[in-house]
Design a protein around this ligand. Structure first.
Ligand SMILES: *[C@@H]1O[C@H](CO)[C@@H](O)[C@H](O)[C@H]1NC(C)=O
Ligand SMILES: *[C@@H]1O[C@H](CO)[C@@H](O)[C@H](O)[C@H]1NC(C)=O
Length: 399
């Protein structure tokens, strides 16, 4: 969207040029663009022209100045609307174009400031609609969260759209706000050039989301190779920097526990290994633990008893094996559990995937698998036991 602001309202508007000094960022940043008596917003929704740069060096768009010519049209992200497999799986630059007419006073009125703002894309995508902001999907997902009795999520593995953060504020959903530092596994990624960029990314995230009461914690990374030697300096610097940016919130990162993730392991092994991992982590740091991911793939409608991988029964037994341990440790130091994952989502193909990631407890079309009912029962039981049910505890809840 494009917004226009009149002078006099320009305090603290643009801090695009981040500095590396870890100054506290809690009182800087740009306001979310909303219509007001001094501010006009022009939405740029609708069909955009589009072209992927499939040239060998992926750079032809810049070299031949594509922005000077016409492109084709897309209404959303391109992956799910195409019949072309090379486009669906494309990596590289894609160009979008949109012509827009702005009110003439935006140009003629002296001192009017015009700002172009691009919202965020979202992996947690629904069929065909793709990664763009999708209000029906957001409302459906919040209804499902409440139906489940869940009260939190993590923005795996990138910041979510600000509109989603606003929904969390309104509906009392607690958020672990994660930056896009996912899968830092290559030793070169722990170099100081990457680190410098990562610090800027955290500055951008803190500056954008600091005013959301729903955000209770910053996550600086997901499943990095934290055992590599340069990781020590890297994470110490990153975490200290983030704490300096916002001294009011805890900073965390999500780590792969080193117990066997082999899905073929018998279910008796999960409780023993999980127990040992919890004890070891707690023994080392003496800090509360949140299980930020656990789960298994299930193709909706696929059944087998005794359970076999990719059936709904298999997913159920995996979850229940974890829950038994959570329930023991909850009384000591385990303070949270987040299912991996809320809903199925599309990925590149691979031998561990059945048409995308199927670890959702809801399908990509947002229909429940049987695991969703196990969690619903569990979450409401836990919520009931607190004796402090939130105001929206009745289903269906008013939005
Ligand atoms: C990054 O910089 C620090 C401080 O100058 C230095 O100690 C460290 O060795 C550097 N790390 C790498 C991976 O080059
Ligand atoms: C929670 O409490 C409500 C009202 O007391 C009850 O209707 C509901 O069955 C309980 N749910 C669970 C899962 O215990």
């Amino acid at each position: 969207m494009i917004t226009s602001k009149s002078p006099g309202m320009l305090l603290r508007v643009l801090y695009l040029f981040a500095v590396l000094d870890a100054a506290c960022l809690l009182d800087t940043g740009m306001l979310f663009p909303r219509e007001s008596s001094s501010r006009e917003v022009k939405e740029l929704n609708g069909l955009w022209s589009f072209r992927a740069d499939k040239s060998p060096n992926r750079n032809q768009g810049f070299e031949r100045a594509w922005y000077k010519s016409r492109l084709v049209e897309v209404p959303s992200s391109y992956n799910d609307v195409t019949q072309d497999p090379t486009l669906r799986d494309f990596t590289g630059w894609v160009w979008y174009e949109r012509e827009v007419v702005v009110p003439s006073r935006w140009i003629t009125d002296k001192g009017t400031r015009v700002v172009l703002r691009v919202g965020s894309a979202h992996y947690n995508s629904i069929v065909i609609r793709g990664k763009g902001l999708d209000w029906p999907l957001i409302v459906k997902d919040f209804n499902l969260i409440k139906w489940l009795g869940a009260n939190s999520f993590r923005t795996s593995h990138y910041p979510y759209a600000e509109e989603i953060m606003q929904m969390c504020d309104r509906h009392g959903i607690v958020v672990i706000d994660e930056c896009p530092g996912v899968g830092i596994k290559d030793i070169r990624s722990f170099g100081n050039a990457s680190l410098a960029h990562h610090l800027v990314v955290m500055e951008e995230l803190v500056r954008r989301d600091k005013n959301h009461p729903s955000v209770v914690m910053w996550s600086v990374a997901n499943e990095p190779a934290a055992e590599m030697p340069p990781a020590g300096y890297y994470f110490k610097t990153l975490i200290e920097h983030t704490k300096a940016l916002d001294p009011t919130r805890p900073v965390t990162y999500i780590t792969d526990s080193n117990y066997a993730r082999d899905k073929g392991a018998t279910f008796e092994v999960i409780p023993i290994q999980l127990n040992t991992q919890f004890e070891n982590w707690y023994g080392k740091y003496q800090k509360p633990i949140i299980q930020s991911e656990y789960g298994a793939d299930a193709v909706p409608g696929l059944h087998s008893d005794p359970p076999m991988m990719f059936t709904e029964e298999y997913q159920n037994v995996v979850l229940q094996s974890y829950h038994n341990v959570f329930d023991q440790k909850r009384k000591q130091y385990v303070i949270g559990e987040l299912i991996w994952n809320f809903a199925d989502f599309m990925t590149a193909q691979g031998i561990t995937r059945v048409v995308g990631n199927k670890k959702g407890i809801f399908s990509r079309q947002r229909q429940p698998k049987s695991a969703a009912f196990i969690l619903k029962e569990r979450y409401w039981r836990l919520a009931n036991a607190t004796g402090r049910l939130p105001p929206w505890a009745k289903y269906p809840c008013s939005l």
